[in-house]
Ligand binder design. Structure first.
Ligand code: ATP
Ligand code: MG
Length: 415
């Protein structure tokens, strides 16, 4: 090979990437980057193709009363993650407000987005911010004060008010106080016709409600089914058309992604992520998205997911994972017990200066790793020697390498 300079290698690489670009608009592979109006335009095309038709029909019947001067009851919507609840609701409510406006019916809708867990205080504060009734506080203001401000901000609005409360189960502390305010107190104190729409991906979230709130809460329920392969094909085709140059996707690719995603979970977010990953890998390799490439894309996506999961996990959980990896390495792949793992954990703490937890607390960490499917642990009985736990890693070697490297960086350790 000719000796090359860094400059020429860089130029070559960049030229290669530019001339083999198959992505013409990256934003359509990543919803976070799409602005509202663009997202709505994409959606309209998809919904025109009868995707989520049953759900939209249900929503239409429920809210029809708004245009006749009735007051529809509240609504609870449930469906697994990535089944389009958030998008469908946003789309539907936008359309509904357009119709109401055309009929001169005063209607206002707000989206309260609890995509991360928060206490009642934060939830009320977010609600107050929606109505410009408050700024964001860390503390120093009481729940009562926030409630009063929300009520004051709505004191003169007489129309319909639809509050779309997304991922309501994420209100973690004092959820009853929050819901009791929305369900019992607020409707009494403001002139608006309030309609609450609760959305969650947990089926049983209302089970734990305070019975006093529950008895007040008249709900109409709607369930979003997982997407089937045909729906996912629609969703993916539109992404392909908007994001990629013509011919970038080989025959069968969309069908395969849709089939994989619908068997697994019916999660459109995963399906779009797989397409996006495929596109990046194809571009890097300087070709089209082929069926073969999808397998590596799926593997990489898996790896990314675990890494992201662990990166945002508490340090003790990361340390526990590091100890399981370390102990398994020493056992050369054989199953390991709690004792060896706890030893490895103590060594890890010594090296990294982390506070050591007790054996019992460490057991809880292992249970948590099990819950995330990073490890598998089962109890074995050894007759009169009592019982022991057998632990094995439950992810591929590639994922383990990546996790281990990440943990070392996080703790400033050398691998
Ligand atoms: N009908 C659709 N048309 C186009 N894309 C869709 C559709 N439904 C879902 N998606 C894709 O899946 C992603 C997830 O959809 P959405 O946020 O509506 O799911 P969700 O049911 O609210 O999930 P979660 O319970 O996790 O909040 C979207 O960002 C989009 O990429
Ligand atoms: Mg959502």
């Amino acid at each position: 090979m000719e000796p090359t300079t860094v400059r020429s290698r860089m130029v070559n690489r960049i030229q290669h990437m530019v001339s083999h670009a198959i992505i013409k608009d990256r934003r359509f592979l990543d919803d976070e980057q799409l602005i509202r109006s663009e997202q709505m335009a994409v959606l309209e095309e998809i919904f025109n193709a009868n995707v989520r038709d049953a759900e939209i029909q249900e929503l239409s019947s429920h809210f029809a009363g708004v245009l006749r001067g009735d007051h529809p009851c509240h609504m609870a919507i449930w469906g697994k993650t990535g089944t389009g609840k958030t998008l469908t609701l946003r789309f539907f409510l936008n359309l509904l407000s357009e119709m109401a406006a055309a009929d001169h019916v005063p209607l206002r809708h707000e989206h309260l987005d609890f995509s991360t867990p928060r206490p009642c205080f934060r939830a009320l504060n977010d609600l107050a911010c929606l109505f410009n009734a408050s700024k964001l506080y860390k503390k120093g203001i009481s729940l009562e004060e926030l409630m009063l401000r929300i009520e004051a901000a709505l004191a003169s609005y007489q129309g319909y008010l639809i509050l779309f409360i997304d991922e309501v189960d994420n209100v973690r502390r004092d959820r009853d106080a929050f819901l009791s305010f929305l369900v019992r107190r607020l409707p009494q104190r403001i002139p608006a016709k309030l309609i609450l729409v609760f959305v969650s991906n947990r089926l049983n979230w209302p089970d734990h409600l305070d019975p006093r709130v529950k008895s007040f809460l008249k709900l109409n329920e709607l369930i979003f089914k997982p997407y089937d392969a045909v729906d996912l094909q629609h969703i993916l085709s539109i992404r392909v058309e908007k994001a990629l140059i013509p011919g970038a996707v080989e025959p069968g690719v969309i069908e395969k992604i849709a089939a994989l995603a619908s068997q697994d979970h019916g999660d459109a977010r995963q399906a779009v992520a797989l397409l996006a990953k495929g596109a990046y890998l194809a571009e890097k390799a300087g070709g089209n998205i082929t069926l073969g490439l999808l397998d590596s894309a799926a593997t990489e996506l898996d790896r990314d997911r675990y890494v992201a999961l662990l990166r945002s996990a508490p340090v003790q959980l990361q340390a526990a994972m590091a100890s399981v990896i370390e102990a398994s390495r020493r056992a050369k792949g054989a199953a390991i017990g709690t004792g060896e793992t706890y030893d490895a954990y103590q060594k890890f703490c010594n090296r990294s200066g982390l506070r050591k937890m007790t054996g019992r607390a460490f057991g809880d960490l292992l249970a948590e790793l099990d819950m995330y499917s990073l490890i598998r642990s089962r109890i074995l009985s050894r007759g009169r020697y009592g019982r022991t736990r057998e632990i094995t890693l439950d992810v591929s070697d590639e994922v383990i390498e990546k996790l281990s490297a990440n943990i070392n960086v996080n703790f400033d350790l050398r691998g």
